[in-house]
Design a protein around this ligand. Structure first.
Ligand code: FMN
Length: 277
């Protein structure tokens, strides 16, 4: 499972590559994505200056890798603001000139929404690592118009988009207000619904990372269970139809948290959710 580990102790950059399997396909996880979890917060005020070409190249390279390994058909839209800035589309929530990452995939894939959440979150964390702001968007954009600019194959659909772009360092008053309206994060105990015995460090680290995951309308429809030495994640309630996307996002964050404590594992579908093995 572990392909290789490269660590540059003398450098600011420390990259540790781990591999995980989705079906029979492997995906590299990067330790800088774990760092980005604590830095990430939804950003809604973007600057007029577009993303630097070198960063765009890196984002597109990761999109290509993910598409190849996941079977998704994620696409990068340079001038995404045209689908966000209209009154009808965003009610003025998202401003400025972000690009968009359109999360497209095959509707015959029963795991489509979870897969979009899981791989989309790695893209979000890569963008945050590059110093960019991001916001998952499933509602406040002009989906119809956006669909027309995409390259869609038969049976494919657009699940949601991610806004990405340059932002001011801190949030302005309006941005702070929207974030506050969305409410607080869950506590550790609210997220870990059931447990027996002591928690190993990788479970603690995984739950901490999952706690910081974004969630549609901040609905927080995800729960974890650690029983009989087995970690599972499951959906606890509906969340405007986005609960399965939230599930995938949470699983990505958990896995990075677990990896941070040297636990390499993969998610497997189980009768009671997904178990981390
Ligand atoms: C699947 C999904 C869809 C979302 N859709 C929207 C949206 O349409 N508009 C918006 O402003 N924020 C949207 N968000 C952002 C959430 O409101 C945000 O993640 C949540 O309030 C938690 O805040 P945080 O991301 O700053 O931690 C979405 C988030 C997720 C995960």
């Amino acid at each position: 499972m572990k392909r290789f580990v490269r660590t540059e102790y003398n450098s600011v950059i420390q990259l540790k590559y781990r591999t995980v399997k989705k079906g029979n396909v492997e995906m590299k996880l990067q330790s800088n994505w774990h760092t980005a979890i604590t830095q990430r917060t939804s950003r809604r005020s973007y600057q007029k200056q577009s993303i630097e070409p070198q960063k765009t190249v890196q984002i597109k390279a990761l999109i290509d890798e993910i598409n190849e390994k996941s079977g998704l058909h994620i696409q990068f839209i340079e001038n995404g603001n045209r689908f966000l800035n209209g009154f009808k589309a965003s009610y003025g929530l998202i401003t400025g000139m972000p690009s968009l990452i359109a999360l497209v995939g095959n509707t015959r894939d029963p795991e489509l929404k979870r897969s979009v959440g899981y791989y989309g979150e790695f893209l979000v964390l890569e963008c945050v690592s590059l110093g960019l702001g991001t916001c998952w968007i499933s509602g406040t954009y002009d989906r119809k118009e956006c669909l027309q600019s995409l390259n869609m194959k038969a049976e494919e659909d657009l699940v949601c988009v991610i806004a990405v772009g340059n932002t001011a360092q801190g949030k302005g008053i309006k941005e702070q207000l929207v974030s506050r309206l969305n409410g607080r994060k869950q506590t550790f105990d609210e997220l870990l619904k059931e447990q027996d015995g002591n928690l190993p460090p990788w479970v603690v680290s995984g739950i901490e990372a999952a706690r910081l995951a974004p969630s549609a309308v901040n609905g927080k429809p995800i729960g974890y269970r650690f029983k009989d030495n087995r970690l599972t994640v499951f959906i606890t309630k509906k969340n405007h139809g986005a609960e399965t996307i939230d599930l995938g996002i949470s699983m990505a964050n958990f896995q990075l948290g677990a990896m941070h404590e040297q636990k390499e594992g993969t998610w497997r579908k189980a009768a009671d959710g997904y178990s981390f093995e």
